[in-house]
Design a protein around this ligand. Structure first.
Ligand SMILES: [Ca+2]
Length: 484
């Protein structure tokens, strides 16, 4: 009777005695499995699928990361770990069968909803033919890098000499189109080509996942259900409108499509049929793809006639409390005149331009690395992709494409921090009262940089908010001595 409580016992390639052993170990929790197989908790299945140890560890990390553990009751935790154990005992065929059955029930519902939203049966037949969840998509969604990415390592690859050379070639090759788009949307050619270079290496890496499969997997998975629900339905609308066939609708593992990696929702809002053939083809028609990107940047508020920011030289004994440590760089905003009065200059030592523009100061490698004043268009780039490294790389690549040389300050070589080190740094900052509890997520984001800055100020150090091995050592030392 235990077997009947489990979903689809006919598909269980697992001995009944094993199930009973586990049932004894974990009590009625196993019987709850069948009831948990639908609705919100179905992500357990996906997270554990395919059942390899790294996935289980990622799952554990995900639970800790997202705070799932703190909201689950003990019984629920037992249920989850019971499930992990069961999964280890069973061959992959067991959860496979369960996933498949759940998935197809769920897909039938999605299909019904899509049909009532006006998607035709023929589009749905084509879109959902042979559709199955893609385990690799879940794996990539859960993966967390073992080491932090340093700015020098990121920039060397994002703005490599090869990428600069190819970008300059693209500028020449598509000069007429880019000039037209600059007039139409106010986005200078070098910025558009820089975004193109960063997103897909000028169309050389557009992504090889089927967009319907990827977005359906992430919607079904449930971790970011409402986001990917919308993206899946928007992807179906794109198919319904006939811009692309399901076979050719490829993208990244998260569903970002074409030369400049448009999510389906971006596509519906901003894609343009620049060549006028009746289809918005961001995958294989460069005029459509670049016009779409320019239209989107324009809609995000790009200010034509202004650049993104610039590398600057800071004076000796500069007060690093003036740098912005949060990703969006919205604090510590001053006019260029004020920055000039504080001693900030161009990298060649000449005065800052006299333009009436507000700027924030960003130091991605701390006081020992390059410094940048960033303007409103930098924040437009962040609205496209919220990452300060990305924003600085687009800006710097655009400058290089416009003829500028490498960064004047050069890039400091340093070893990246292990994720576990970042977590221990964060725990130390929490213990010392500089970071809120729950902030130990292993990611060096705005919150951690702000906490590092607060620690530095209270310790009389240069307050650049930059976390390196030395800060880690000091925080560990101080927080350790608290406990003695
Ligand atoms: Ca077209």
């Amino acid at each position: 009777m235990f077997a009947t409580a489990i979903h689809e016992p006919r598909h269980l390639p697992i001995a009944k005695s094993q199930l009973i052993v586990m049932d004894d170990l974990f009590g009625s929790n196993f019987r709850d499995l069948s009831r948990h197989h639908s609705g919100k908790t179905r992500f357990f299945h996906n997270t554990l699928y395919p059942l390899k140890l790294p996935n289980l560890l990622l799952f554990k990390g995900f639970c800790l990361h997202s705070g799932v553990m703190s909201v689950l009751s003990f019984n629920q935790v037992r249920f989850v770990f019971g499930h992990i154990l069961l999964s280890l005992f069973a061959s992959t065929a067991f959860p496979n069968a369960v996933v498949s059955q759940d998935f197809f029930q769920w897909l039938a519902q999605v299909r019904g909803e899509a049909a009532s939203n006006g998607i035709s049966q023929s589009t749905l037949d084509a879109a959902f033919a042979d559709l199955e969840p893609i385990p690799r998509v879940i794996e990539l969604d859960r993966s967390q890098p073992e080491f932090t990415l340093t700015f020098s390592r990121y920039l060397r690859s994002a703005v490599s000499e090869k990428r600069v050379a190819t970008g300059r070639e693209r500028l020449r090759q598509h000069a007429a189109l880019l000039n037209h788009l600059e007039n139409k949307y106010g986005i200078p050619a070098r910025f558009l080509v820089a975004v193109w270079g960063l997103e897909t290496n000028y169309g050389q890496a557009k992504g090889a996942f089927p967009v319907i499969g990827a977005t359906a997997t992430l919607y079904f998975d449930g971790r970011r259900e409402s986001l990917f629900r919308r993206e899946l339905f928007d992807a179906l609308t794109i198919l319904e409108q006939g811009h692309v066939s399901p076979q050719n609708m490829m993208g990244s593992w998260a569903g970002a499509m074409g030369h400049t990696q448009f999510m389906p929702s971006n596509f519906l809002a901003y894609a343009v049929d620049e060549d006028g053939d009746g289809r918005k083809d961001v995958w294989n028609t460069i005029p459509d793809a670049l016009s779409s990107a320019a239209n989107y940047l324009n809609a995000l508020g790009w200010q034509s006639g202004f650049t993104w920011g610039r590398e600057v030289r800071l004076p000796e004994n500069f007060d690093y409390d003036l740098v912005s440590v949060e990703t969006r760089a919205r604090s510590q905003i001053r006019s260029l005149d004020e920055w000039a009065m504080l001693g900030v200059r161009r990298t060649n030592g000449r005065p800052l331009p006299g333009a009436q523009i507000d700027a924030a100061l960003v130091v991605p490698q701390g006081a020992d690395g390059p410094a940048f004043l960033v303007y409103d268009n930098y924040r437009v780039i962040l609205d496209w992709n919220l990452s300060s490294f990305y924003g600085l790389a687009v800006g710097h690549l655009a400058d290089r494409l416009g003829g500028a040389g490498p960064l004047a300050a050069g890039l400091k070589d340093e070893s990246p921090l292990a994720r576990s080190d970042v977590i221990s740094l964060q725990e130390g900052l929490i213990a010392l009262g500089h970071l809120q509890g729950g902030g130990a997520d292993g990611v060096l984001g705005s919150g951690t940089r702000t906490a590092v800055k607060s620690f530095q100020k209270s310790s009389g150090l240069v307050a650049d908010g930059y976390a390196d091995q030395e800060i880690m050592r000091l925080v560990r030392e101080r927080s350790g001595s608290l406990q003695n």
